[in-house]
Design a protein around this ligand. Sequence first.
Ligand code: ATP
Ligand code: MG
Length: 333
Amino acid sequence: MKRIFSGVQPTGNLHLGNYLGAIRNWVRLQDDYEDCIFCVVDLHAITVWQDPAALTKATREVAAAFIAAGINPEKAVLFNQSQVPAHAQLAWVFNCVARMGWLNRMTQFKEKAGKNRENVSVGLYAYPNLMAADILAYKATHVPVGEDQKQHLELTRDIAIKFNNDFGKEVFPITEPLIFGEGTRVMSLRDGTKKMSKSDPSDYSRITLVDDADAIAQKIRKAKTDPEPLPETVEGLEGRPEAANLINIYAALSDRTRAEVMGEMGGKAFSEFKTLLTDLAVSVLAPMTTRMNELLADQAELDAILRRGAERANEIASPILDEVYDAVGFLRP
Ligand code: ATP
Ligand code: MG
């Protein structure tokens, strides 16, 4: 049986990178895989400081964004992580399976901790173990991952292998990545070499799913470019990261290849291309933003959707956790 797990942190408003690189693909997966589990990973979020009220608000916003983007909560399992205890419980076991040396190699920790290593939370360091628990608490067989999460999925596989070996039982599957094609990686609008990110301090670096048409237009107008007009071909984008990024975004939003887009946009001035890109972005994002706002207006219903999702998630994870606890030798009633 195939089972998909994926998560997004409620660390701020979702942006075009989250949508084009992740959520949009997950919406499509729902049709191909019976069993899809989508999680708002609030336990991950607190690895760096989150204002409590903002965390609650962002959790609802991310859940609403999932649904507005087309995730069907009747079909897929949609919930927030802290409502299902198995994540934290299994993460502890994995803290004792994973080796320090493995975590020391994680590039995301190095990037996020920077020079301040002594002062970041222990949770930030152990984050990949919690991610392994998210996936393996459901014995997920496939995880759609962006480039930025590949190394963490490798670690998940290493943990599964070591657990199975240590305890002499094939408890966990060796989870496979699902990698998507073009448009997977959206870069910052201020710097074409840095990924678009919720945690980037500059609001102008990203287009979010709550931006209205004016905000989208302004951010695209201010997006960094170089002085040359667009090249004629895809090859001409080489060495021009900002131009390449805007073309990638256009291609992803219009569901076309970069070559097709260059056929149409090649040679145009940025000013003209940016207007076309704005119109396209607004036409794709506006209906989603409207739906998100409707969902957020009925908080009780949204919370009920997450509670029902958590119940379903718990039903899957509980027997798996029992199996783990038995394998480890924990005495249970
Ligand atoms: P943070 O800065 O807090 O880490 P983030 O923007 O990286 O936030 P995550 O919640 O870490 O967002 O990631 C959610 C999903 O979105 C993941 O599947 C991740 O691979 C994907 N993703 C994040 N940023 C991008 C991007 N710029 N382009 C494509 N996919 C992205
Ligand atoms: Mg991230």
